[in-house]
Structures are given as C-alpha cells and as structure tokens.
Design a binder for this molecule. Structure first.
Ligand code: GLU
Length: 448
C-alpha cells in the first residue's frame, strides 16, 4: 500500500476537548504506525462561527498532545475548488436548485412524521415549472442547492465497524450549498479529501450516514473513494455525549490543571477499545500494537477519575530524557537533575510538584523538629560522605540498632527534620541530593 494520508478536520468554532482528541490521535497514530502523513484541516466554511483564535488554540492543543501535522489547510482558503466541484455536479444534473424556506421544510417534515412516514425530502424542487421558479425569484427567494442522491445502497468496508451499508433511498438529498452561497460541510470535505489525496478518513461514528452520501459525491466527481473508519464516540461517565460545552474536559483545561498529555492521549485512544488503558512513555509506545480494529462499536464512557490516576502513573514511568526540558523550565538542571527525577517521579501526582521537591533539595528548609533527643542520635550517626543509594538504609539501620525504634517512630522524625513535610518521595533518593552538610544541620534543628 502506498503510504497513507489522513486528516483531522475540526471546525474552529470552539476549543477541542477529549472527544475531539480521539479522532486527532487515532489519525496521528495511524499515520505514525504506517509512515504516512497527517493533515490538519480546519473546516471553517462557516465564517460566522469560525474564529482564527480557536484555530490557533486547536493547533496549540494538538502540539501539546504531541501531534505535529505535516500540513495545515483551511477550507476558507479553498472556496474556488468547491465552486468548481459544485459547477461540475450542476453540469451532471446532480446538484439542483431548491427554493423551500426552512419553515416550509419543517412543516413538510412534520406532516410526514404525523403520517408515520420518514421525514425525507420529496424532491419537489425537481418538479418546479419555469413559471414557478420565476415566481419564487420575483418574490426574492434565493435558491439553495441539493445533491441528487442515487437511490441505491452504498456499501463500504469500514476499518472499525466492518461491512457497512446505507440505503440512500431513505435519505433526503443533502443541501450542499446554502441560499447565501456558503457551503455546508459535506461537499468541501469530499473535495479536499480528493484534492489532498486522503487515503483514510478516520472520524466519529456520527458521520456514518455522511459516508454514504460522500461516497456518492466522490464517485460523481470521478475521485478515488478513501477507506473509512468510524470510531465509537466518548461519553461522560454518566453516559452523556461530550460537547464543546464540556469545558472541564477541554484539552487546554486539562493541561492547565497539570494532567499529563500522554495520559490524555492514552485515554483518548484506548478508552472503548479492547486494549487496556495503560500508561505510556511516548506516542510511539502508544502507536505500538495500535489497530483500529481494537475499537469497540459501543459508545465508550470516559472516566475523569481514571484520567487523573493514569496521569500520575504516566509521570511515574517517564524516563529522564522525556522530561529533561520540562525540568529545565523549573530551573532543574545540572548533574543533580537526573537523580532528582529518579528520586521524586514516583511520588508525583502533577509534574509541577517537582518545584517543591527541588526546593527541598536546593533551598534552605526550616526543619520541623519533633524529637530532639532522637535527632541528636541521628545526627551523630550520619555516615561520612560520599553518599549514595545505600546511605539512607545504612544510617537508619544503625539508628534502629541503637534506639530500638522502627517504622514510623524511626522514620517520621527524620522526614520532618530533613524536608519539613509529613510525606513525600522516598528519602533513600532524596538524602544524597540534600547532602551531608545540609542534612546534618536540619537534623539538629538548624535551617539549612
Ligand atoms: N468538521 C467535521 C467535524 O468536526 C469533520 C468530519 C470529518 O472528519 O469528515 O465533524
């Protein structure tokens, strides 16, 4: 197979949330696994609702997730292509003018429904006489344009859902061009998919019916029909659909809250699949073994508590190389940075907590002295330098042998004096970073 080209096609009418991260990542991982290309396409034909700042935030959010498009296009730059395609369809008699107002269509739909019939457009516009058209035009009505569907069953082998069929006789001819000349999503999407050589359309299952319509449009335009993969949608834990309004699940909000990007990516991809949700150290690791066929067909509940737990697990497993530049942003650099990361990562629930632990290692700490006599003994028994991974064990073993203390009574006063905190990372790793001089002062109650 030639290398695939995929696209993620958000409308820049709001911030993206975890539900949008799913197709973004499924496409990105698919391209990654197959050595293909990933196009970010902004579906901004709705000029009223689309905003440049939303497009910018979407790019920033994708960047944070580790998704780097090979190409970015905007539909608003490509109207000439859509106009040419519409002309071509008109030339074939596949795009026809209609004059109904929204109210008229609504009334017609309700009449059909009242009679228990499917609310399908009756193609009345195809039967208009030239006089009726002239009368509408004289009234000031402006025409919109519908695509004349072939009333046949369209079939495709969906890469998620398996064999799919849609009987197009049961569908209304879709409006492709509005009365004001603007394009609905359907046609520009096909034109761009064809023009950009998109080989695989990976998107939510809310587009299954669109696929049948779009396959007919691809064919009418003489374009190669891409493969389709319609993934199950994420819902909230309560089973409700995610919408742009689920603000807390916006990618930007999760980032600001300190959730790890790789946890969001893993949840977005693995929720509702046969693969277990697992912490990963890179998108490559997530792409490994990734297969669209693992996605289930049922809606998938997205559990925020699981995301937060996963985020911590992701942190605990990140190697130093993966975080060195992020640590540098907190001023955590130099020879201590790597052992510091090894010492604290297992204790973090959010990355930003590194600042606090770096300060425990590097800055003056006002020790909390709980048990002076015991701490005096502890100070006396501090081993000589050099200190390493065994120092904590050797020191506390000697202290235990001498004082008979164990467990919390042994360890807690040391932790309080050394870090001024009740809890935290293993002291085995922190102690050598604090160093003998500081440790000795702190144990004796001197700020150091
Ligand atoms: N802009 C469309 C959406 O966000 C894209 C659908 C598609 O991928 O074709 O739903």
């Amino acid at each position: 197979m030639a290398s695939p080209v995929v696209r993620f096609a958000p409308s820049p009418t709001g911030r993206i949330h975890i539900g949008n991260a799913r197709p973004a990542l499924l496409n990105a991982l698919f391209a990654r696994a197959a050595g293909g290309r990933f196009v970010l396409r902004f579906d901004d034909t709705d000029v009223e609702r689309s905003r440049a700042e939303y497009a910018e935030s979407i790019e920033a959010d994708l960047h944070w997730l580790g998704v780097r498009p090979d190409l970015v296009v905007r539909q608003s730059d490509r109207f000439a292509l859509y106009a040419a395609a519409a002309d071509r369809l008109r030339g074939q008699g596949r795009l026809y003018p209609a004059y109904e107002t929204a109210d008229e269509l609504d009334r017609r739909r309700k009449r059909l429904q009242a009679r228990g019939l499917p609310p399908v457009y009756d193609r009345a516009a195809l039967k208009l006489t030239p006089e009726q058209v002239a009368a509408f035009e004289a009234e000031g009505r402006r025409r919109h344009w519908r695509f004349r569907l072939d009333h046949r069953t369209v079939a495709w082998d969906d890469l998620v859902r398996g064999p799919c069929t849609v009987d197009c006789a049961s569908l209304s001819d879709p409006v492709l061009v509005r009365a004001d000349g603007s394009y609905l999503y359907t046609l520009p999407s096909v034109v761009d998919d064809a023009d950009l050589g998109i080989t695989h359309v990976i998107r939510g299952e809310d587009h299954v019916t669109n696929a049948a319509v779009q396959i007919q449009i691809f064919e009418a335009l003489g374009a190669a029909v891409p493969a389709f993969a319609h993934h199950n949608l994420l819902t909230t834990a309560a089973g409700e659909g995610l919408s742009k309004r689920s603000g807390a699940l916006a990618i930007g909000a999760l980032r600001d809250e300190g959730v790890e990007a790789l946890a969001v990516a893993a949840m977005a991809v693995l929720t509702g699949s046969s693969a277990a949700v697992r912490p990963v150290a890179s998108l490559d690791a997530l792409a490994e073994g990734f297969d669209l066929r693992h996605l289930s067909r049922a809606p998938a509940r997205f559990d925020e508590a699981e995301l937060r737990a996963l985020s911590a697990k992701v942190l605990h497993g990140l190697p130093f190389d993966a975080v060195a530049s992020r640590l540098a942003l907190f001023g955590i650099v130099g020879a201590k940075a790597e052992p510091f990361w090894a010492a604290v990562r297992g204790n973090l629930s959010r990355f930003a907590e590194v600042a606090e632990w770096w300060s425990v290692v590097e800055d003056v700490v006002e020790p909390a002295v709980e048990d002076e006599a015991f701490l005096d003994r502890a100070a006396a028994l501090l081993p000589p330098e050099p200190w390493g991974a065994d120092t904590w064990g050797a020191w506390t073993a000697a202290l235990k042998a001498e004082t008979g203390r164990k467990g919390r009574a042994l360890f807690h006063p040391l932790r309080l004096a050394l870090t001024a905190r009740d809890a935290g990372p293993d002291l085995k790793g922190l102690l050598p970073l604090i160093g003998r001089a500081r440790a000795s002062d702190r144990i004796r109650g001197t700020p150091a």
